[in-house]
Design a protein around this ligand. Sequence first.
Ligand code: CUA
Length: 180
Amino acid sequence: MVPETVVARTERRWVTLMAAMLVAMMTVIVGTGVVQALHPASNVETVDPTTLHLRGEFVESNLGTALEADGSATVRFIAEQYAFVPSCAIVPAGTPVKFRLTSADVVHGFLLPDTNVNTMVVPGFVSEVRTSFAKPGVYAMPCNEFCGLGHHGMWAHVRVVPKEQFKQSENGERTSCAEQ
Ligand code: CUA
């Protein structure tokens, strides 16, 4: 028989260890939230995934980058098996950028490595992420949520160009990589 005092001491040690791990994990979550702006997606905005191509915000002519009146940029993508539409978006550097995505079929992922952008794209919901890019460059945009047999080939790109080089066509058309 193990004496009761030994059992109690062992249990106290394990409880202390568990509490320390919880504190460490909470510190990481709060720390990355404050320092790197890594936040869980929090907007609950619904959309009908069966009529995306027919009407509303995610019709094909509205996909890509749009400049807003306040100088910020809004980028809209549709994720579908196995591609993002459009396959490349251009955004200006040093500008607030808002990404809005939704899925036409299953759950996909939206990730821009080395940024605070990482969210799931769920059919029926709009995923919105805000960020800004300090310098020009090309960001790979892999789907990071297993979505089927073609998941590994589901990629797009975000190309960040100098602010003065970014131009929106006059007739309000969305900017895509093909046009610049
Ligand atoms: Cu889409 Cu994985």
